[in-house]
Design a protein. Structure first.
Length: 177
């Protein structure tokens, strides 16, 4: 899925609990950690067409993708964040609503990352970055549809509109009360 969609879904889903910029960044970080080093440090930037395959991006992209797009590794990241917030207490205020417990702050902080992975499972094909959501325990993945397929793209747009319509409805209702 595209970076903007990941940003908008993550920040919309956590609205009010996690800061907008933090949620958006967490929603796109799984891709940024793969493609920024691959493009700018390793200088491997293939042109993306319908014929582009994962191997065109070189070794780093696939290795990093297996970590950043795994529900297992994301869960480990969540647990470390929870422990860190629990020990430090004040650190979470930079990222989340101050009234959240350390556990809840970690949950809301990581939700955009989990949404990213779940969105990528059906929107990546077997030949172009299939999502290894159970790595390192399993290499199972689904042969999904390209996110640029019209019905996927419009469904994605409808989900984003629904999320943000709810956010604005909720804010408007709170301001009336």
């Amino acid at each position: 899925m595209d970076v903007l969609s990941h940003w908008l879904m993550g920040s919309g889903a956590t609205n009010g609990r996690t800061k907008f910029w933090v949620a958006g960044l967490m929603g796109v970080l799984p891709d940024l950690l793969v493609f920024i080093p691959n493009s700018f440090i390793l200088d491997e930037r293939p042109e993306i067409t319908d014929d582009t395959v994962t191997a065109d991006f070189g070794w780093y992209a696939w290795e990093a993708y297996q970590v950043t797009h795994s529900l297992v590794w994301a869960t480990i990241g969540f647990l470390f964040t929870w422990i860190f917030f629990e020990k430090r207490g004040v650190s979470q205020r930079l990222f989340t609503n101050n009234s959240l417990t350390a556990r809840d702050a970690a949950i809301w902080l990581w939700i955009p990352w989990f949404i990213h992975i779940i969105n990528d499972i059906p929107t990546h094909t077997a030949k172009f970055f299939p999502t290894p959501f159970l790595a390192p325990f399993s290499d199972i993945h689904f042969d999904g549809y390209r996110w640029s397929t019209p019905w996927i793209w419009f469904t994605n747009l409808a989900i984003i509109i629904a999320i943000w319509s709810y956010v604005f409805y909720k804010k408007r209702r709170q301001s009336v009360v």
